[in-house]
Design a protein around this ligand. Structure first.
Ligand code: HEM
Length: 87
């Protein structure tokens, strides 16, 4: 956000993306750095990487599997449908 507003307090801020269909929307993050959800959860689990990410407190390893299962459960491939005939 800083590159748009040039306000000091906006450093490190990004639009928080929707997690709907996240299993199919990789590569992840604003620059596509991460190829898999597993990598992101591994990093979030470790806690804040910089002062700007202080809201991420980290979590234990046994949470990873159920968390990834949850993210997959809110993902579904696009519905296939017949293209309608336009009159
Ligand atoms: C366990 C909790 C969380 C999970 C499972 C989670 C999961 C994810 C995932 C999968 C992405 C990548 C989405 C994409 O690129 O399409 C993402 C990005 C992001 N998340 Fe989270 N997140 C969590 C907590 C948080 C919290 C607490 C915040 C903010 C306070 C946050 C802010 C963001 C932001 C700003 C991005 C975009 C970063 C970028 O584009 O570089 N997330 N998150």
């Amino acid at each position: 956000m800083y590159k748009v507003t040039h306000k000091e307090e906006d450093k490190g801020k990004f639009k928080t993306p929707s997690l709907r269909n996240v299993a199919f929307t990789g590569p992840y993050m604003h620059d596509g750095t991460f190829k898999s959800i597993e990598t992101i959860i591994g990093l979030y689990g470790k806690g804040p990487a910089s002062p700007e990410t202080h809201l991420l407190h980290g979590f234990p390893n046994d949470i990873h599997k159920p968390l990834i299962a949850f993210l997959k459960s809110i993902s579904a491939p696009p519905l296939q449908f017949e293209k309608p005939e336009i009159p």
